[in-house]
Design a protein around this ligand. Structure first.
Ligand code: SAM
Length: 266
């Protein structure tokens, strides 16, 4: 796997998609973000006002702004200068203060320059699966965090949602009652090469997703000296779906599309 080539392609694609993403997410994020991602990240983070937070791969800054509004002193980074520009604009319009920087999280040296033991917390929402190599980020995070700091992430759930699940919708006549069932079919989990995925509905270009089985995802954090001390698997609720025939994640209240976790120095 040519990491540099994949990462460079990723940067170019995210720059091209920045405007679409910014319109999709607006000020506070899409339904996925508002219902699943942000609540689980905030629960694990348990933020106290005045804390110093680094928001990694911040996109258009939906989570970043929420952290700032909750009283954190936030630095937010992304390798897409277009995303950073759009995030900055929305943050200025909201009257919030955030330090935005263009940084590539595969560049460990650049991350380390942000400052040793500078942050109470690092957040990384819905980005680990977009990054071809995550070891440099975890290693740098171990140094950037204070001794009692935490690293809170959310990512596509490795067991159910980063390995191209096939959505199934079945209808059965059970003794005169029509029963509809939604399920997913998984064909690969342990070894899956990077594959291009369509992303959010309407996303202009597909981009590579990097599936990592749990042992690999968490193993990279453990190898950098972290231990996992919090885990959430948010899913949509049964009543959430107002279009039951649609094969979207809101049809699967029993399957969490997201995995959110909290890491601390071991
Ligand atoms: C799915 S978006 C998530 C954005 C934001 N965290 C959120 O939850 O709305 C993924 C983000 O990861 C960023 N990204 C991908 N690879 C990166 C890298 N190597 N360094 C920094 N950011 C990266 C992309 O530019 C994009 O903004």
């Amino acid at each position: 796997m040519d990491i540099k080539k994949l990462n460079d392609e990723g940067r170019e694609l995210w720059n091209r998609k920045a405007k679409f993403w910014d319109e999709l997410f607006g000020d506070t994020g899409n339904v996925f973000h508002r219902r699943l991602v942000e609540p689980s990240v905030l629960e694990l983070l348990d933020l106290r006002p005045g804390e110093t937070v680094l928001d990694v791969s911040c996109g258009n800054g939906a989570l970043t702004r929420r952290l700032a509004a909750l009283g954190a002193r936030v630095t937010a980074i992304d390798f897409s200068d277009q995303m950073i520009e759009l995030a900055r604009r929305r943050t200025d319009s909201a009257g919030l203060s955030v330090e935005y920087l263009v940084r590539d999280v595969t560049d460990e040296g650049a991350l380390l320059k942000l400052g040793q033991a500078r942050f109470d917390a690092i957040t990384c929402s819905m980005a680990l699966m977009d990054i071809p190599i995550i070891e440099p980020l975890f290693r740098a995070a171990a140094s950037l965090l204070r001794a009692d700091g935490r690293f809170v992430f959310s990512t596509m759930h490795p067991a159910f949602n980063s390995n191209n699940p096939i959505f199934l919708h079945e209808k059965e006549d059970c003794d005169g009652a029509i029963i509809e069932r939604f399920s997913i079919k998984i064909r690969q989990y342990l070894d899956m090469p990077p594959v291009k995925g369509a992303g959010a509905p309407g996303e202009p270009t597909p981009h590579f997703y990097y599936h990592r089985p749990l042992a690999e995802l968490l193993g990279s954090a453990f190898a950098a000296g972290f231990a996992l001390d919090g885990l959430l698997e948010p899913a949509f609720s049964a009543g959430d779906d107002n279009e039951p025939a649609r094969l979207s994640w809101s049809s699967f209240p029993q399957i969490p599309p997201i995995l959110s976790g909290r890491l601390r120095h071991a």
